[in-house]
Unconditional design. Sequence first.
Length: 903
Amino acid sequence: MEKLCFFFLSVTTLLVGRASAQPAPTVTLTGRITDAATGQPLPFATVYIDNTTQGTLADAHGMYRLTGVALGTVELAASFVGYHPARQALRLTDSRPHSVSLALKPDAALLQAVIVTAQKPKAWQRQFRQFKAALLGDTYFAGQCSIPNGRMVEFSEKDGHLLATASEPLMIENAALGYRLHYELLHFDLYQSATYYAGISRFEELKPETPAQATRWHRARQRAYEGSTRHLLASLLAGTHERQGFLVYRATFVLPTRTQGAVLRSESQPGARVVRSDTLFRPGELPFERELVLSTCLEIFNTRQYTRNSPYPALPYAYSVLYLPQGRAGLTTSGWVSNPDGMEIRGFLGGDRLATLLPADWQPEGTVAPGATLAKASNYPEPAPDAWLDSLARRHAERPGGDLIFLHPTKPAYTTGDRLWLSAYVLDPATHQPRSSRIDPNGTEQAPALQVELLTPTGHLVLHQWQPVSKGRASGTFRLSDSLATGTYRLRAYSGANREAQQPEFERTIFVQNGVSPPEAPPDSAQPNRLDVQFLPEGGRWVAGLPARLGLKVLDRSGRGLRATAVILDAQNGEVARLTTNSLGMGSLELTPLPGQRYHALVRWGVFSQTTSLPAPEPEGLTLRAEAPGDSAWIRLRLRASARYDRQAVYVLAQSRGRVHWQQKRLLENGTAQVEIPTGSLPAGVCQIALFDAIGRPWAERLVFIPEKLPPASLSLTAGKPRYQARERAAFSLRLLDGDGLPLAVSGSVSVTDANQVPADSLSADLRSYLLLTSGLRGRVENPNAYLHDTQPGTLRALDDLLLTQGWRRMLLPMNQADSLGGLVLRGRVLDRRGRPLPLANVILTSTSASQPVAFSARADSAGNFRISGLLLRDTVRFRPRVMDNFFKTLDATARLDAPGGR
């Protein structure tokens, strides 16, 4: 449900920290608090700066002195029991002392006796629940807030509006942030999904009971700030919003006037370009003041929050719309809105409420110093819009998406006769959230289902099961037959969406031991020590005369990595370079190939050696060099080109989780260009970077890993008692906390095994490694969990070598959807007896092999061309072709296949 929040009536201030050692100038305010009717002083009245922790008490004569007030626009407020609060906006531009006196008007209603009943009516209790939820919000922080004097709130309802007033300032205890908020409620109106409220806030910092509690409060405040409106505006001002996870577009629509109306869009992504932050702001009167100027709405996406409120399928992130009715708003360099002038926010950011409100004088980590020059999002100029880039990204977004599937079996090894239990996760690939039910064009909910299969080591199907999926989860069980032979079996799962989108299914291995039948002996090999040695240039291109990074992967016969030493030799057997792989058989080195030169390598391991040829350097082309991001806020690319491509345009795209997240057009100067991609706009996990030339041909592709931006969660397990008897029912409690120590809601699965009998499952990826790493790679990854175990330099280098040598994943071209499944692709042409193309004929290929009884079919186009893709064959297979018409009558025609490599 979309929410609407107005910022109005409350004029606030900000205390901004200086980057230098010189303290920021402040002002001292003095004055007297009196009764407006009699002129008599009000002793011990509360005087404070709205929305800050700054406050004091007047003395017995109503006199007050408030020091350390920051320059800028502030609102001075005073309150006293039995009186209406008084407030006065002040504009402070210098550090001279100011004298400001306030007169409070008596509140006749408050001076009368107030009757508090022991039990409020049920109608009031319902209204108070609505009021509390609307005022505090629906976040975790709201659940940690209480209003001890909530009985002072009175409600009235009129024409669907819930109105609220309070006979005294509300006292809101925020146990999550460590504040006591005194809130003078001036206005509250709840109508359908829209909340309008205003008030005067005074923060009182609670005293932590332990140092650990102080640390939790500090981290919780930072978390409340991150992703907030204040965070958005501060990062826009600093030009770092993309690194902070925000995407901001200028809207091309008019904001609906209905407060509850959603902004419905039919496009897959916003039609406008991403805004440049330096075009949104003007300097203010003081060094730390800015003016936000907008003639249209801003569409805002928080890429670190996945929600379902986004109207754009290509951007499934927390979505908000910011609108300035007056075209302007005043704020400070830390993002605090000092003059909202009716600023309106809808969507996700409209849910910012009092439970996450922080004092204006609280400063987040990494605050931008006032007066600092606004930084640009990159060191390189923003390119002009490009139709080819937009078209490519749009076509990619329109491709059907499959499901991300993960199976969690109870253990990695079984014996025949065991029952295999498993839990399945069916997730949205873009968000890693449980996949919801699909709705067909007729509005009917489609019941999803998962197919799970068990295949023998030779690829024969032995078990198959359909499993219903509910809220992205499924479960099932197999009994492993006593007749199964000992070996490593493949557990495979896929959904209808995977087959529709032509995407690979999930697959992992399990070991099955038959205690009666011994395992089959592996076949003998004439070359038992022959290795699979691959030299892979970064990006897939090795161009003569251009510096390049060359990856090396060494595998034994079983496909496992092997530590080896490679000596690179030129055609004259002169040593050029050498390197040693890591324990997983991977390594890399820098090497510039010379024109016309050929290279080979002498690879040694143990007492064995073999010679392998390196790829032949291409005479000309484009190359891509990527600097692994690690903890950096940028991915830095170096593009190089041979002389033919100098002064030409190139295109760079970054896609992750099946969506294009970044794109840019650059011009090569002197055969080179540098590109910086902000990692803040990219989700965690494997990111694919593709390089295209001026006419859209793919030249290079590089995989990089984007680390998680949030601290890791922690899991604790507690047993019901320290010791259990054999076969006694045991009880355990699990507690999952995020990096800030706050509890998390989780949908998970747990398996309990005997550590003395079942080895740890270190060969297959766990859920985290699968989501972030192996699901974005092709082929088998050995010991995948080790790459994400820590962030030590050696681990990061091994991870980058893995991505460098894992091969090309996918080029962002308008490719045939059937090709993305993998397997063989057959192309050919149907010809009649005279050798002329036969249009619209049906071609059927039937296997003549009894071990692989399969058939494939295709329909020729108007020129007689046909193609059959996705042929997953285990061995040599002979096919018998037949050409038929629409009534399946055999025609006297020939299906002629293209030669290998033909088009």
